[in-house]
Structure formats: structure tokens, C-alpha cells
Design a protein around this ligand. Structure first.
Ligand code: NDP
Length: 269
């Protein structure tokens, strides 16, 4: 296959854009994160996804600093954890993330989970809107929000999130939610885009991979790109880090897309 050229970017509501492929660091210990992020930036990733609760924002910041890349060439996302779901807690939590990352602003800040039982995600969203109004953050969005949660925050503030980051892979395709995002103008970002590796042994993916001379993981990531989804695969394995970005030199056909769509086990949920 041909090697990587430029990763496409998707426009966000706030006027910036996010690379369609980014690098996730969930479950990477802080002490190993700088090395993983360095490998990813060397390989050509220009978007890193972390979260306060991952405990590795310092490692992400160290990896970015070591790269020597200009700040505006790396898109950095972090997330507000549920221990900070109140209007007053948002700004200190954001500033703590910035301090650990060694940055003066994030490109995207997300509410990590709505935790509807706490009943505080709407006021937390008001806190994120205030951050953006104060010019302290590029884009604001949410994660793991269902349509009712989206409706509630939009109704309360008139501000639509730029992104909803949700679990999404061939076995959990989130068709209905993606349709709702399209209606609302929200970009869909896929977490666990490889199903944490569990979908990769599927014979349907194996056959498509063989047809293109690529790996099943590359087929899945290509499927995400062609669907317009932003994907943030995680790996600490150097060859996989590079291979997961090397998906721009082939296309899955409409028939192959349909076969991958057929792996959804959620009946369009
Ligand atoms: P992924 O779907 O990215 O899968 C990661 C797993 O797949 C790892 O075990 C990795 O192994 C393996 N893997 C990676 N590349 C390949 C490959 N080419 N071939 C075979 N196996 C591979 O799962 P994640 O859950 O990590 O999701 C990605 C990111 O999404 C997270 O890192 C995080 O940033 C975000 N996320 C957000 C959540 C949220 O609630 N908002 C929840 C969960 C994740 P190895 O590392 O050993 O190479």
C-alpha cells in the first residue's frame, strides 16, 4: 500500500478542525505515555486524546514538548471527569488539566460522561460554554451523551457541542446516534474504534484486509474515515502506532462497507 499522506480534517462548530485520525492514551500508565505520544507524533499523528481520569496528562504534555512541534500543529483533547460536574468546578478542573499538560489552552474539552444520576451535566455544560465564551478553549463537546442528554444541554444553553465522543466500531455502529448527530451538526468521534482489538479477528474483516494487502485494523480505520467519523485508536506498540495511521492509500468499496456495516450487533442502536 502507499504510505501516509495528510490525514483529512473535519470542521468543527467553533471554526477549527480536528484531524480525522488521532491517538488515544486510555490505560497507558503516565510514566509510559510520553514515549507513546512521542512515537505517535513521530509517526505523523497530530491529535492526542487524553482525560483527567486517565492520570496521564503529564505524560501527554511531556511527549508533546519533546516533539518540538509548534503548539498549533497538535490538536489536544482532554475531558472533565464526573467529580467536577458543577458550574464552579469546571474552570479549576480545566486549569488543572492545563497545568499537567503544560499547555495554556486545549483545542477540545469534553464532558467525559453525563452521569445522569447526578443530575449535573447541564450545569457542567454551562461551565464549558463559559470557558469558551471567555476564549480559554478552542472547541467544547461531550462524550457518552445520548440524544436526550444532547437535547437537554442544547435547550438550556442554545450551544450545541462540537463533538460527541462515543463507543463506535463495526460491532457497535451507533447508527441512530450518528443520524442524530448529523441532524444537529455534531461531529461523531469514535472511542474504542478498534473495539479494543476484539473485532479484528472477524473473518469478514480478514477477507477485506487480504484483498487490499492491509491488516484488519487498517480496514476498520478506513471504514471510520469513509463514514466521516473521527477515530482515536490507542496502541503502545510501535508498528501498530504507525500502521494505524497508514490508511490513506486504499479505499474500501461500497460492497465492503456494506459487509462491515453487517457486523453491527446492536440493531442500529
Ligand atoms: P482501541 O479500539 O483503540 O483499541 C486499543 C487496543 O487495540 C489495544 O489493546 C491495542 O494494543 C490494540 N491495537 C491497537 N492497534 C492495533 C492493531 N493495529 N492491531 C491489533 N491490535 C491493535 O481502544 P481504546 O479503548 O483504547 O480506545 C481508543 C481511545 O479512545 C482511548 O485510548 C481513549 O483515548 C478513548 N476512549 C474514550 C472513552 C470515553 O469514555 N470517552 C472510553 C474509552 C476510550 P497495544 O496497545 O498493546 O498495541
Amino acid at each position: 500500500m502507499t504510505s501516509t499522506t495528510t490525514v483529512p480534517a473535519v470542521a468543527l462548530r467553533g471554526g477549527t478542525s480536528i484531524p480525522q485520525l488521532g491517538f488515544g492514551v486510555f490505560q497507558v500508565p503516565d510514566g509510559e505515555t510520553a514515549q507513546a505520544v512521542s512515537l505517535a507524533l513521530d509517526a505523523g499523528y497530530r491529535s492526542i486524546d487524553t482525560a483527567a481520569v486517565y492520570g496521564n496528562e503529564a505524560g501527554v504534555g511531556a511527549g508533546i514538548a519533546a516533539s518540538g512541534l509548534p503548539r498549533d500543529e497538535v490538536f489536544v483533547t482532554s475531558k472533565l471527569w464526573i467529580d467536577s460536574l458543577s458550574r464552579e468546578a469546571v474552570r479549576p478542573a480545566y486549569e488543572k488539566s492545563l497545568e499537567l499538560l503544560g499547555l495554556d489552552r486545549l483545542d477540545l474539552y469534553l464532558i467525559h460522561w453525563p452521569a445522569p444520576g447526578l443530575g449535573r451535566y447541564v450545569e457542567a455544560w454551562e461551565g464549558l460554554v463559559a470557558l469558551q465564551e471567555a476564549g480559554l478553549v478552542g472547541e467544547i463537546g461531550v462524550s457518552n451523551f445520548q440524544p436526550a442528554h444532547l437535547d437537554a444541554i442544547i435547550a438550556a444553553t442554545g450551544v450545541t457541542p462540537a463533538v460527541n465522543q462515543v463507543e463506535l466500531h463495526p460491532a457497535f455502529a451507533q447508527r441512530a446516534l450518528r443520524e442524530r448527530h448529523r441532524e444537529l451538526g455534531i461531529v461523531t468521534e469514535a472511542w474504542s474504534p478498534l473495539g479494543q482489538g476484539t473485532v479484528l479477528g472477524d473473518p469478514v474483516l480478514g477477507a477485506i484486509a487480504d484483498a487490499h494487502g492491509v491488516t484488519p485494523a487498517q480496514v476498520v480505520l478506513r471504514w471510520h474515515l469513509q463514514a466521516g467519523t473521527v477515530a482515536i485508536p490507542k496502541s503502545v506498540t510501535p508498528e501498530r502506532i504507525a500502521a494505524n495511521l497508514d490508511v490513506l492509500g486504499f479505499e474500501v468499496s461500497a460492497e465492503q462497507v456494506a459487509a462491515i456495516d453487517g457486523l453491527d450487533r446492536t440493531d442500529g442502536r
